[in-house]
Design a binder for this molecule. Structure first.
Ligand SMILES: Nc1ncnc2c1ncn2[C@@H]1O[C@H](COP(=O)(O)OP(=O)(O)O)[C@@H](O)[C@H]1O
Ligand SMILES: O=P(O)(O)OC[C@H]1O[C@](O)(COP(=O)(O)O)[C@@H](O)[C@@H]1O
Length: 333
């Protein structure tokens, strides 16, 4: 049966969102569905800002960063009035199913809309933070690790040349996946993550202990790279850099990687996840699924209730944490 399907991207953009849009469009065409793209996240739903999508529009798109449909944060969407307006706009276009590519905030928005609209709603996890329960990885996460590792490798060159200590801030919002895996893959020396954080004093004491032990063993000046997850240190990276400068008796330079981590051509792991989840989400439309996010767990496609994506805790991988302790944070203890 022919259906009208709409897709939007919402919240922080992530590399691979375009690959996902492409897969959705091609899978919809194959199923005989008409496909609409709402622009600027939930703002597009409120202002009936959309375009028709087809295979020509998504040609040569899989490798491009950002999102063809643009993304946005739309605070007014949290109100009942906005959700009712969005529902009315979807009705006007006779949309049967809405696919939302975004993070946990976008899924809260999707669940909110679901209280006022009877169409099918399916979420697809798109965020560099990998902070969504119900899927092993999120679209954009692997590319962000690559970008952070590439940047830390460059910081290492100058750190080694000057035998300096660097403090590198990575994104992640309140989650340590990006920090943990970027630090491991770049052979950083210490990593500060929300999931393992005990206190400021303990962290500083640990770093000084590890650093001094390393200095003792090498019997010379050393370079040292500490990775810090954003939004964690009271007073921010500058406050920590100043404190470490005092306590290590060496100049500690802060570097914020920032939005660089959201850009770039998606690596193949993100493209693959994006196309698999895009096709799977479209296959669920005929089945009548709604109020779910699609994810990948141990190589299998899964549907999880939208609410579980933000209510269930997502734990760091045990093996990665153990490796971190051996090679980084507890290396000399
Ligand atoms: N509780 C909520 N109710 C309704 N809409 C929400 C809610 N939380 C977030 N949203 C919508 O989802 C958008 C994206 O959420 P945000 O948390 O900024 O990003 P992400 O989806 O990447 O986590 C918000 O700008 C808003 O439009
Ligand atoms: O671009 P903004 O609005 O400053 O948001 C920054 C935040 O967005 C992210 O890059 C992505 O987070 P979301 O995918 O949850 O939106 C976070 O890592 C970061 O904290």
């Amino acid at each position: 049966m022919t259906k009208n399907v709409a897709v939007l991207t919402s919240g922080g953009d992530a590399p691979g969102m375009n690959a996902c849009i492409r897969a959705i469009v091609l899978a919809c065409e194959r199923a005989g569905y008409k496909i609409f793209g709402y622009e600027h996240g939930y703002n597009g739903l409120l202002h009936q800002e959309y375009r028709l999508l087809n295979n020509k529009v998504v040609h040569n798109l899989i490798q491009r960063g950002g999102t063809l449909l643009h993304s946005a944060r739309c605070l007014e969407f949290k109100s009942e009035e906005s959700a009712r307006l969005a529902a009315a706009n979807l009705e006007k276009l006779h949309i049967d199913a809405l696919l939302v590519i975004g993070g946990d905030g976008s899924f809260r928005g999707a669940a909110h809309l679901g209280r006022f609209w009877k169409g099918q709603i399916i979420g697809l996890p798109g965020t560099i933070d990998n902070d969504i329960s119900g899927t092993d990885a999120t679209i954009g996460y692997y590319t962000a690790i690559e970008t952070a590792v590439d940047s830390i490798d460059k910081v290492r060159d100058t750190a080694d040349a000057f035998e300096r200590i660097f403090l590198v801030e990575v994104m992640g919002r309140h989650s340590g996946f990006l920090g943990l895996n970027a630090a491991l893959a770049s052979a950083s020396d210490y990593v500060i993550l929300p999931e393992l954080f005990v206190s400021e004093d303990k962290t500083v004491k640990d770093i000084v202990l590890q650093l001094n032990e390393r200095r003792e063993q090498k019997r010379k000046n050393i370079s040292y790279i500490i990775v810090l997850t954003e939004n964690l240190w009271p007073g921010g990276i500058t406050a920590l850099a100043e404190r470490l400068t005092t306590e290590t008796r060496s100049e500690v330079r802060p570097v914020i990687l920032g939005h660089v981590q959201r850009g770039g051509s998606p690596v193949s792991q993100d493209r693959l996840l994006a196309v698999k989840l895009g096709c799977y989400a479209v296959s669920l439309i005929a089945k009548g699924s709604t109020g779910v996010m699609v994810g990948e767990q141990n190589g299998e496609a899964v549907e999880v209730p939208l609410e579980a994506t933000w209510t269930q805790p997502k734990l760091l991988e045990k093996l990665s944490v153990e490796t971190l302790e051996t090679l980084m944070n507890n290396r000399y203890t």
